[in-house]
Design a protein around this ligand. Structure first.
Ligand code: FE2
Length: 428
């Protein structure tokens, strides 16, 4: 009966419009998402929230094969009061101004001892039992991921989220199915608007996959652009706490198979000191964590798509040369740019340098003016391909990993292949 009542209350609040965005469901878990643990071959992290009067919740987990949940194990997790989103100025789905009312308990769980290359399911039990969520542990020799960014989820314009989620599904029907989703930032329009995250996490791809991401400038900001903070990103996921001081759970690294992913936060690298702190950390992470492939992800673009001018590339290329970074991924520019393998500022043979790629936007709404198909004014030797569809752009990427190479494929909204980049494994 409780379940029926809850279902009814969701319908009623959805119709009520502005009340919908303000109320937290009482007694049950929301904003549930699967985040990587440091080693996704045998562990996984989980994030969710409840109202502030619910203080603990259980995570029940088992393999997908265990149909009746007979072999499941249950972990009780205590919530921690989170008020970073409370009273921030925001917008309801029907376009009304309001202040977010968000005093919640936030839960971070980590489950270890998992079997490699195995599909798992889990549910969160508070006053009610959540839907069933899925993920797959690493461990398969060949695997794939979906890559997406810049959809700026915004309550009054649900179509942005819808466009991106359709793109995520389209990428899923290309080549081999992927195991997880990598996002390169700006998944929300204002990360300070908790209701935007809560609604986003109701989308199907969050129930089916582990998501790993980087903090985008929009995810870091409030509607008023005052009180911007990496707390918004930290409090809406459960990333490994292996980042440097002040960036724990925001900057992090993890393995999926034999690929080491290093995730950066541009918002704390605006100053020279900030950049140096990040670079020192990246050096240490690479030195201490051997991997077949090293991939660095951040939000801000490597090159400006409009004219090919250097952006973050200028700040990072020497370090990437020094550390043998295979692939550098970013977003933000809303114009897709891929480069040839680069080393010492020159184009080199595959496997001898770093390939830089920045994703297009995917919300059909906030794209940049159309780029010309001619060679860019700057760095025409380094840049291999640029693409967008103007303000209404939707694109994303499929990444396939084997022992020999990473294959990154850019797809448009119809699943048409526009660019393929092969990153050969380096001999280490
Ligand atoms: Fe963006």
């Amino acid at each position: 009966m409780k379940r029926v009542l809850f279902a009814l209350s969701v319908v009623v609040t959805a119709v009520a419009g502005s009340a919908f965005a303000q109320e937290q469901p009482v007694g049950c878990a929301f904003s549930i998402t699967t985040s990587p643990a440091e080693n996704t071959q045998n562990a996984m992290n989980f994030s969710w929230a409840t109202d502030k009067d619910t203080h603990s919740a259980s995570l029940e987990i088992t393999t997908l094969k265990d149909k009746t949940w007979k072999k499941s194990r249950t972990q009780v997790v205590e919530g921690v009061l989170c008020t970073v989103f409370d009273s921030l100025y925001s917008k309801t789905p029907d376009g009304k101004n309001f202040y977010e009312d968000v005093e919640i308990n936030k839960y971070n769980a980590s489950v270890s001892g998992l079997k490699k290359n195995t599909e798992y399911k889990y549910r969160i039990i508070a006053a009610d039992t959540s839907e069933v969520y899925h993920f797959r542990t690493a461990g398969s020799k060949n695997w794939s991921a979906c890559i997406i960014s810049d959809f700026h989820a915004y309550a009054p314009l649900y179509k942005r989220t819808q466009s991106a989620m359709e793109m995520v599904k389209t990428i899923g029907s290309y080549d081999q199915p992927y195991q997880w989703v990598l996002h390169l930032g700006d998944v929300t329009a204002w990360g300070g608007s908790y209701s935007f995250w809560r609604e986003l996490y109701k989308e199907e791809p969050f129930k089916q996959y582990m998501w790993a991401g980087v903090n985008g400038n929009h995810d870091n900001m409030t509607r008023t652009n005052k009180g911007n903070s990496n707390q918004f990103f930290r409090q809406t996921a459960a990333y490994p706490l292996n980042g440097y001081k002040g960036e724990e759970g925001v900057c992090y690294y993890f393995y999926y198979g034999d690929v080491l992913f290093i995730m950066l936060n541009n918002e704390n690298m605006r100053s020279d000191e900030g950049l140096q702190a990040a670079q020192q950390w990246v050096r240490k992470v690479v030195a201490e964590n051997p991997a077949r492939y090293r991939v660095v992800c951040e939000h801000y673009q490597w090159f400006f798509g409009t004219n090919g001018k250097e952006s973050q590339y200028a700040r990072w290329n020497r370090l990437f040369d020094e550390l043998g970074i295979d692939l550098a991924l970013s977003g933000n520019n809303h114009i897709y740019v891929s480069t040839h393998p680069l080393y010492d500022g020159k184009v080199v043979d595959p496997g001898q340098g770093t390939v830089y790629i920045q994703t297009p936007s995917s919300d059909n709404e906030r794209g940049q003016a159309l780029v010309s198909s001619e060679a860019p004014e700057h760095n025409a030797d380094k840049i291999k391909f640029r693409w967008n569809e103007g303000p209404q752009t939707i694109g994303g990427m499929h990444m396939k990993v084997t022992k020999k190479q990473l294959t990154l494929t850019l797809l448009d909204r119809n699943g048409k292949v526009l660019d393929v980049n092969v990153v050969k494994a380096k001999k280490r």
